[in-house]
Design a protein around this ligand. Structure first.
Ligand code: ARG
Length: 590
């Protein structure tokens, strides 16, 4: 066995190759920066390539092919490479020896996180996602935030950061004044005075009906709207009967939200909300005024934040409405102050609908101008596109209303139930078990469909396609994982010795397995899990091909059999670890 694994503990396979090629470049007197190795874009010719001889030729005034040939000569003597070939005009085509590849894969199997190297500079990161509004039903708009945010949280944690997920409830704006007014109208303020009274009347079904009805009324009637605004303002004083009612509303609403997010497998470390800024906004506004950064405009208190380079100009940042109420912008700015005080994060990432892009531009600019936060605090807007219906417009119910998340999940689970029921034809299974499988499949289908698109793009909700067991879908991947698990369940030992690849498919699988860190890192960098989703899908495809090509349980050569089992076992552990980053569960059977 060759012993090349000396330089660094957790180098990826490709980093090790790069190191070798860099060494060859420097041995010849060239800069090491030309030695970067990438995966070949001509897999028919070679597995990897290095194109550094082309730019090097310009620097050293030589022919690129000559430089590539010199480097190739050195690499040919290295047992890690089975091929090192210079090709016109100056490419370096590389393939690795099966021994080196196998040795690396074996090493991965018993390392923590399969050798994935955590960041050397871990950060404290707050992810602001979910963003549900109290007393309004969760709708599909909140769905993407929850799914993407949860995954980004898991990925950044996997990379070694301290990540805190905050749901940042919408619990302090006008919608609260609307709900409170609606509740008072229904039950009378006299009947809401005690804790028991409030507990009796303020239930989730009341809340669900109250907001839509009262908000419709307020939109149509100026006086009603004025009253709702007054209640909002009074509430924001933080005491009195409106505040008491609000507390109950918050409690009831939170319990319901937790249940719904739970169904999605989404959990938050913090259940803070806009309202938590209520003791901070006053002082913040005073500070901004004292700094001469806020002025009155048409009765409202605003910050001018636009700069010459802004095209179109950024609208002023509103801190206080003319009626004295604070709003979304105020609470968002104050929330950053609070997070600094309580968590002191290096970064805050907002996973919010693209349509709020301007708000976040304004917010980030206001932070910059205010000078109230530490200078090196990084703020990111990870915006996402809309989930559309087949008409290309944001997804609605059949009646044209906003689709409640709960209804959507029910629909998904019952569609998945049909598919699972049709697929599971043998063995005994209870209806509860079937339902549990359908839940995992339905949610997995939705999550994979959502996450396999770049977050910034819109996508079309197509339940039939999402739930299909074939094609690039969650259920296809889950099905592959279940198949492998069922093979492994029938064996006693999974820790046999992995032998060098028996053929092309296994070689391809090994090479692909060594690449997984890049999929995770790329997704982490851009807060875009689609790269990881694509990797997972490709891995499932390769595994399918692998176990179709090589029989496992019926193989009579014991060494081969043990090696195939060990290969599948490793790959399936990696697959489930990566699926977990996407928040997708693997059902017991399918
Ligand atoms: N509640 C908001 C909405 O429903 C989303 C909150 C996003 N986060 C934030 N810090 N603004 O649109």
């Amino acid at each position: 066995m060759i012993t090349y694994r000396t330089e660094k503990n957790h180098m990826t396979f490709r980093e090790q190759l790069t190191q070798k090629v860099k060494n060859a470049f420097t041995a010849l007197g060239y800069d090491e920066k030309f030695g970067t190795v990438t995966v070949s874009n001509r897999p028919d010719l070679c597995q990897y390539q290095c194109n550094g001889a082309l730019p090097a030729a310009k620097v050293y005034k030589k022919k690129p092919l000559d430089i590539a040939s010199e480097v190739a000569e050195i690499l040919k003597k290295d047992s890690m490479f089975s091929k090192a070939e210079a090709c016109p005009p100056g490419f370096l085509n590389l393939s690795v020896s099966d021994e080196a590849l196998t040795d690396f894969v074996r090493g991965m199997t018993n390392k923590e996180k399969f050798g994935f190297e955590e960041t050397k500079t871990p950060k404290t990161i707050v992810i602001d996602y979910g963003g549900a509004n109290v007393a309004k039903s969760l709708h599909v708009g909140h769905l993407r935030s929850a799914i993407i945010g949860e995954t980004v949280k898991r990925i950044l944690r996997y990379c070694g950061n301290t990540v805190i997920g905050d749901v940042h409830l919408g619990d302090w704006g006008l919608q609260m004044g609307i709900v409170i007014s609606g509740i008072i109208e229904q039950f009378g303020i006299e009947n809401l005075k005690t804790e028991e009274d409030r507990a009796k009347h303020i239930t989730i079904s009341v809340l669900e009906k109250t907001y839509p009805a009262k908000s419709k009324e307020a939109k149509e009637n100026e006086e009603v709207m004025a009253e709702c605004k007054r209640v909002t303002f009074e509430l924001q004083k933080g005491e009195g009967i409106y505040f008491d009612i609000w507390q109950k509303v918050l409690e009831v609403s939170k319990a319901d939200l937790k249940r719904n997010y739970g169904r999605l497998g989404v959990t938050f470390d913090l259940w803070k909300g806009e309202s938590d800024t209520r003791n901070v906004t006053g002082k913040m506004i005073e500070d901004l005024k004292a700094k001469g950064l806020a002025h009155t405009d048409d009765g409202a208190l605003v910050m001018d934040i636009t700069r010459e380079e802004d095209n179109p100009p950024l609208p002023p940042f509103i801190l206080e409405k003319s009626d004295g109420a604070v709003l979304y912008s105020t609470t968002d700015l104050a929330t950053i102050l609070l997070r600094e005080k309580e968590i002191n994060p290096d970064e805050i990432i907002y996973v919010v609908d693209n349509r709020q892009g301007t708000h976040f531009k304004q917010l980030f600019r206001a932070v910059e101008i205010s000078g109230l936060m530490k200078e090196n605090l990084k703020l990111f807007f990870a915006g996402f596109g809309t989930m559309n219906g087949s008409d290309g417009k944001p997804y609605k119910t059949r009646e044209g209303g906003v689709m409640r998340l709960e209804d959507l999940l029910n629909t998904l689970e019952s569609e998945a139930y049909k598919k699972v029921e049709a697929a599971i034809t043998s063995g005994e299974i209870t209806d509860d078990e079937m339902k549990e499988i359908a839940r995992k499949v339905g949610i997995g289908a939705l999550k994979f469909a959502d996450l396999s698109n770049h977050r910034s793009k819109d996508y079309v909700f197509d339940i039939d396609k999402f739930c299909s067991f074939e094609g690039k879908t969650g259920p296809y991947i889950q099905y592959s994982a279940v198949r492998i698990a069922s093979i492994l369940n029938k064996t006693d030992s999974t820790d046999g010795v992995i032998l060098p690849p028996e053929g092309d498919i296994q070689r391809e699988l090994f090479l692909f397995l060594t690449e997984f860190p890049y999929a995770v890192l790329q997704s982490a960098e851009d807060f875009a899990p689609n790269t990881l989703a694509e990797y997972i899908y490709q891995l499932a495809v390769l595994l399918n091909r692998y176990y179709h090509e090589y029989k496992v349980l019926s193989e009579t050569d014991e060494e081969k059999k043990a090696s195939r089992i060990a290969t599948l076992s490793f790959a399936s552990k990696l697959l489930s670890q990566l699926l977990d980053l996407l928040g997708i569960e693997i059902p017991e059977r399918m």
